[in-house]
Design a protein around this ligand. Structure first.
Ligand code: GDP
Ligand code: MG
Length: 204
């Protein structure tokens, strides 16, 4: 039998700008109140190697190509020409700046579990570029960076959070940040309300 949907797990990292902006509590609150279950959490200062592993080992060349393609599209939308000869070159430059960004200071890494955890977390987190992220999302509500400003500074877009892009990415990313014994297995009392077929036991 397939795993119950309530077992889906996803990785969230509050990036160094999120910690420096004093948004740890605000960010956790937004995920927590959905009913997702926090099953692992730690604060650490990632090394640049760890950060590179997180982006490159998980996504590989396909991710470099894709992130480079998105960047090219963004240049073209603004009527500009990408300074990079290929998407791959642009992707590599983004990966390098990402590794610097993620390892710039303390971060908070977490695993959230529950039905559609990955998609739900992405929805609440918002799109990559804060200026165009939807109102009501974390990136849209709490910060203001743009592709334009990031590119001018030859740095990554500062968007407070990393959230796994899909379930496959999540399952590859989780072991980079957490050992098996750091991931807690427990029942949360509200799971009865969220997932049980019958709402038994409410009435006296
Ligand atoms: P995410 O899943 O929404 O975080 O976005 P991606 O996986 O596509 O990219 C990872 C991170 O790289 C983003 O969160 C940004 O910090 C950064 N990034 C992505 N695309 C660009 C870009 O075109 N330019 C710059 N400067 N940074 C980017
Ligand atoms: Mg991503």
């Amino acid at each position: 039998m397939d795993k119950h949907p309530k077992k889906e797990r996803t990785l969230v990292i509050i990036k160094p700008d999120g910690v420096q902006r004093s948004l740890i509590g605000e960010i956790i609150k937004r995920y927590e109140r959905t009913g997702l279950k926090l099953i692992a959490m730690k604060m650490l200062i990632p090394t640049e190697e760890m950060a590179t592993k997180h982006y490159y080992e998980v996504g590989g060349d396909a991710w470099l190509e894709e992130v480079g393609r998105k960047a090219r599209e963004n240049y073209e939308k603004k009527g500009l020409k990408s300074p990079f000869a290929t998407n791959m070159e642009n992707g590599k430059a983004i990966m390098k700046s990402n590794a610097k960004y993620l390892s710039a200071g303390p971060v908070v890494a977490m695993i959230w579990q529950g039905n559609q955890a990955t998609g739900l977390v992405r929805k609440i987190t918002g799109g990559t570029e804060p200026l165009s992220s939807d109102v009501g999302t974390i990136r849209g509500d709490f910060t203001l960076d743009t592709y334009q400003m990031a590119d001018a500074g030859e740095r990554s877009i500062r968007n407070l959070i990393h959230a796994s892009g899909n379930t496959e990415e999540a399952e590859k990313e989780i072991p980079i940040w957490f050992s098996e014994k750091e991931i807690l297995k427990y029942n949360h009392i509200q799971e009865k309300i969220l997932y049980d077929v019958n709402l038994d036991g409410i009435l006296e």
